[in-house]
Design a protein around this ligand. Structure first.
Ligand code: ZN
Length: 267
């Protein structure tokens, strides 16, 4: 059996943590990631038939029954870049428990945001069967923007598209927005998953962001682009503007690269 510390899915998690931490998006223990792993791939590194212990999930995750996920631990600091803060779980056949098959040493458990992650995975997989990643963190400028900007999805998306030329190319589906809610609850999990039916980015106003992607690279890159657009907004919103990216500019760019974007978010 190969060394799990060389497994692309484990190294990918550490690399994503490092990138998110280096951006200042994950103060203390605020970031969390979950990534679906193919059982055949995991079997090259661990005995997937051995269940170390089980942890109740707290809701019915049966659409993910028998699926494996590598998940960050509750309370883990991304700044530590530590394999000790990772675990691999399998969702039980009845969808009610997480079977720990690797990691979470010393009685650790998965992130308290797991309900929001699993519910989001369930919804994203219906839209994109290749989606594998859900992640949450606290991008500084996006959080700041959510204090200043109206929390209307069309207006918020249009502002982000208008401050970063790449925006409409990278998140043509726009951004979903939730009002401030208590985090770590089933309610915010369900609300996030509902938004994930339409969006790969869900802004938790005055808190942070949820992002989905087919790969860790894609999910982190998505946040990076949204955060850059929010940064430009924060740098320029209080100053007189002499130039702007117009609707016509965005339409011609989207047409040029052939991207299908939310046309109702322009005009
Ligand atoms: Zn948070």
């Amino acid at each position: 059996m190969k060394d799990i510390y060389s497994a692309p899915f484990a190294l990918g998690m550490i690399n994503a943590e490092r990138r998110m931490d280096s951006k200042g998006w994950c103060e203390r223990n605020s970031g969390n990631i979950s990534c679906l792993v193919a059982e055949e791939e995991a079997r090259e590194y661990i005995d997937t038939s051995k269940i170390i212990r089980t942890i109740p999930i707290g809701f019915d995750a049966s659409p993910l029954a028998e699926r494996l996920l590598i998940v960050t631990a509750s309370g883990s600091y991304f700044s530590n870049h530590s394999f000790d803060d990772l675990g691999i779980i399998r969702i039980s056949a009845d969808g009610k428990t997480a079977e720990v098959i690797w990691g979470f040493e010393g009685g650790k458990r998965f992130t308290s945001e797991l309900p929001a992650h699993l519910m989001s995975h369930i919804e994203r997989l219906k839209v994109d069967p290749e989606n594998r990643v859900i992640t949450h963190c606290h991008p500084t400028n996006l959080m700041a923007m959510s204090f200043l900007h109206e929390l209307d999805e069309k207006a918020f998306t249009r502002t982000l598209w208008g401050t970063c030329t790449e925006g409409i190319m990278v998140f043509p589906d726009g951004v979903g927005i939730l009002p401030w809610m208590v985090c770590g609850t089933e309610d915010i999990g369900r609300a996030t998953a509902e938004k994930m039916k339409q969006y790969r980015i869900v802004v938790w106003a005055m808190h942070g962001i949820y992002a989905a992607g087919r790969t860790l690279n894609e999910a982190v890159g998505l946040i990076d682009t949204v955060e850059k657009a929010a940064q430009i907004y924060m740098l320029t919103s209080s100053l007189p503007h002499k130039n702007c990216i117009s609707d016509e500019n965005l339409i011609s760019l989207a047409d040029h690269i052939g991207v299908s974007y939310r046309k109702d978010f322009l005009g």
